[in-house]
Design a protein around this ligand. Structure first.
Ligand code: UN1
Length: 500
């Protein structure tokens, strides 16, 4: 692994070699806790760089798809072991490049390790089916086949975990990959791919093209030799990606936003719900698509829940995530900081009451980075913009309701459907809620964050387009079926006609 230092300058990884952008342009990755700290300088790629990466992937694909599944799995397992050995260094880098506190950065790397081990196991049980033919002396079965070259476009909030969710299963199934990681976290993505290279992945099977969505990302999505796109990001960009893929008849898997809710019912353990809300709303400074950005609270629990939440959130310590005493790190960049603050203004304008925070934090060393105070709004109505739109920061809203049915209606009333949670001690209520909540993930007595890789991850409605990542069916997203008929009767047999 290359040494990380302030002047690190790397190229795109194309066919196993580092290359600068053909147009010679670069961009910087900076530490969000200290914007003077340059983590590295990266190529700002355009369509010519993407063309080269796709060509390298095409070349590598032919050898890779013929490599036996268990051999591919062995490389993935080895890469997971290398990630495990490098976990602490990767976590430190992640905190520096992305800002999340170190314990969470370790969790992000762990999620990639878990994913790699899980996917490697599929190398020996990527089952097909053998089914009886309707004709005599005829055999019928299925096997998986890769799509070819696939494009992965990943966000900055889980800079190692999310690339791992896409790349491990993609290459397990025999695809070759071009990765365009978020411009805010390029070095984390590169370190992940280096673990694969060090584990023996042949050159060109995974290529990395750095840069911006409108340039490198768009070129990847519209490339005629890219057969499938796996995208995690905003609804706005997802729509553009989906339109392009639709026109080109490409497979397109989208993981988009969330406006997740914790429902706290009258019979809930309120202190447990406050624990969950603090972790769900302010973990990763609220920058998770699963963040608990709405807290829907039944009347009987409202006062206690509100006062405990505000009291405990007021003690959260902001700062550099490398400091073990810090609870909440910076947000990713200045644009996001301003966007988060604009929602505070929107909330006030809508008549919600600001109970805590609502400010950019600039005292002392915080002035060097992009820090926002944990923010809580009370008296929020389900239709308000702060209750409908994804803020992606440490802002959460309390929505009072008067019944369990109203709580469920409110929980289901956004364009998103990623993760919903209910705190209750009543078994019947819990199961009723599981049935009635319309989301990809439901939690009972736990916050909306914390998905595990052995279950499907994704959401309903505008959170995506019906696909799921991770989980036991993950290969369905990264391979397509081939149905095979073998007729050993020695004569023409006509299906649907010659049956007896
Ligand atoms: C995301 O926010 O994009 O469930 C992913 C969770 C994490 C994954 C979040 N395991 O919060």
């Amino acid at each position: 692994m290359a040494v990380v230092d302030a002047t690190l300058e790397v190229g795109n990884l194309i066919g196993g070699a580092f290359q600068p952008a053909r147009a010679g342009r670069t961009f910087e990755s900076r530490n969000p806790a200290d914007s003077g700290d340059v983590v590295g300088v990266f190529p700002r790629s355009d369509n010519t760089d993407v063309d080269a990466a796709v060509a390298a992937a095409r070349d590598a694909f032919e050898g890779w798809r013929r490599t036996p599944w268990p051999s591919r799995a062995a490389i993935i397992l080895r890469a997971s072991e290398l990630l495990e050995e490098r976990k602490e260094a990767l976590a430190q880098l992640m905190t520096r490049e992305m800002g999340k506190v170190l314990t969470e950065a370790r969790g992000d790397v762990q999620e990639a390790i878990d994913m790699g081990k899980f996917i490697a196991g599929l190398g020996r049980h990527a089952f097909g089916e053998t089914v009886p033919s309707e004709l005599r002396d005829k055999w019928a079965m299925t096997m998986r086949q890769p799509f070819g070259v696939v494009g992965c476009i990943t966000p900055w909030n889980f800079p190692i975990a999310i690339p791992s969710w896409k790349i491990f299963p993609a290459i397990m199934a025999g695809n070759a990959v071009v990765l365009k990681p978020a411009e805010d976290t390029p070095l984390c993505a590169l370190r992940f791919v280096e673990a694969l290279a060090d584990a023996g992945l042949p050159a060109g099977v995974v290529n990395v093209v750095f840069g911006f969505g409108e340039e490198a990302g768009a070129a990847l999505v519209s490339h005629p030799d890219v057969a499938a796109i796996y995208f995690t990001g905003s609804v706005e960009t997802g729509r553009i990606v989906s339109e392009t893929c639709g026109r080109m008849l490409k497979k397109c898997s989208l993981e988009l936003g969330g406006k997740n809710a914790i429902v706290v019912l009258d019979d809930a353990d309120v202190e447990l719900a406050v624990d969950g809300a603090l972790w769900g709303a302010f973990g990763t400074a609220g920058q998770r698509c699963t963040a608990s950005s709405r807290l829907i609270v039944e009347q009987g629990a409202l006062d206690r829940f509100t006062s405990r939440l505000v009291e405990r959130a007021s003690h959260l310590r902001l700062g550099d995530g490398l400091d073990a005493k810090v609870d909440v790190g910076p947000v990713i960049n200045e644009t996001q900081l301003k966007r988060i603050h604009s929602y505070t203004e929107i909330g006030k304008g809508e008549g919600a009451s600001l109970l805590l925070g609502g400010e950019i934090a600039t005292e002392g060393a915080l002035a060097k980075g992009w820090f926002y105070r944990p923010t809580v709004f009370g008296g929020v109505k389900p239709a308000m913009r702060i209750a409908q739109e994804e803020i992606f920061g440490p802002t959460t809203v309390i929505i009072p309701v008067t019944s369990m049915e109203d709580a469920i209606t409110a929980a289901n009333s956004t364009q998103y459907g990623l993760s919903l949670s209910v705190y209750t001690n009543d078994l019947r209520t819990a199961f009723h809620a599981i049935n009635e909540l319309h989301s990809g993930i439901v939690y009972i007595n736990a916050p909306t964050i914390g998905a595990e890789i052995q279950l499907p991850f994704g959401g309903t409605r505008n959170t995506g387009n019906g696909h799921r990542e991770a989980g036991g069916h993950v290969l369905d997203e990264f391979s397509e079926w081939k149905s095979i008929y073998i007729d050993y009767s020695g004569r023409l047999q006509r299906a649907q006609i010659d049956t007896e």
